[in-house]
Design a protein around this ligand. Sequence first.
Ligand code: CP3
Length: 366
Amino acid sequence: MADGAAITNDAFLRACRGLPVERVPVWFMRQAGRSLPEYRAIRGEGSMLESLARPEVATEITLQPVRRYGVDAAILYSDIVVPVHAIGFGVDIVPGVGPVVEQPFREARDLNRLRPLDPETDTGYVLETVRNLVAELDVPLIAFAGAPFTVASYLVEGGPSRSHALTKRLMHSDPGLWAALLDRLADLAIASIGSQLEAGAAAFQLFDSWAGALATDEYRRFVLPASQRVFAELRGRGVGASSGTEGRGRVGAQETAPGIHFGVGTGELLELLAKAGADVVGVDWRVHLDDARERLGPDVAVQGNLDPAAVLAPWPVVAERAVEVLDRNAGRPGHVFNLGHGVLPETDPEMLERLVDLVHGYQAAP
Ligand code: CP3
């Protein structure tokens, strides 16, 4: 851990490791962002990629929701396209749209545009932000990267896509090129997350947001090997945290950074997300948490899974839905409370504030 850092609240790390906690830890995907007035104020009008490349700005944006909500983990303000942007693939993030690629990935020649990432020179600003944060935070910082499939879908489609048709076409028509592409993207994820952990992040999340577009056999054949390699190479890395000495059985788990694997619409893929090597599987809101736990077994922790749209309802409804999620976990160790996907921009921050208090005050029925 970097100098000066002290994680005094390790409930999130303990839950990721399946250890008992005094209160259920909670954080929110997209907790930093447009739902916060203080984000909109500091973010300004420029490109998001420019704002996250300024460490003092990115540090402040990461800290905003931690201060306001009292969540049990911080997530770095960055984006899944930062590594491909940093090596010059030609990506921008267009407000209200998402990542847009100037020249999409089409053929073998395009592999040359995906050189290895040198984290210190290509993304020094990210590492400076991580170091700033670790010196400030008393909760763990979550490192992240996009999973090979989800980043590939942006590179191949050229932007957001509903059907992922071009991505699937490449996958099925040129499996060799597809595998080479995912291999490069796995290398980028490993280098990026690895460097964030080295700089002091205490856990990591691999976002395979759009993996739910795939059938299980497609996932197993065309995606699992690359994501599996990401988890395998990151296993055992990390700087550790003061969370005691009881492990969950995995070698060295108590000193190393736990890995979370998340996707949307991945109900059919839950077991495969775990099989990739995750300590924690992020569950979207379509799957009941008790079903997810049954399918994953006691050795895998879960994260989730209140519907982000439910948070737009009046408080009594939000509270009821949140308690339902907690009751479905029924006090089992290994639950990190979160939404089933990112905070929607129209969310009232006060609801999230109350939600954190509710989760922290929850006691499962004996
Ligand atoms: O608070 C956090 O969660 C940390 C920061 C974070 C962002 N993006 C900031 C962001 C994280 C972890 C991501 C990951 C990310 N980026 C994912 C995986 C998570 C998911 O939502 O499934 C994906 C698919 C992306 C790609 C991307 N970047 C999209 C779809 C968008 C939204 C486009 C829009 O404007 O609606 C972005 C932009 C983005 N990333 C914003 C933020 C805060 C909005 C940027 C702005 O201020 O304009």
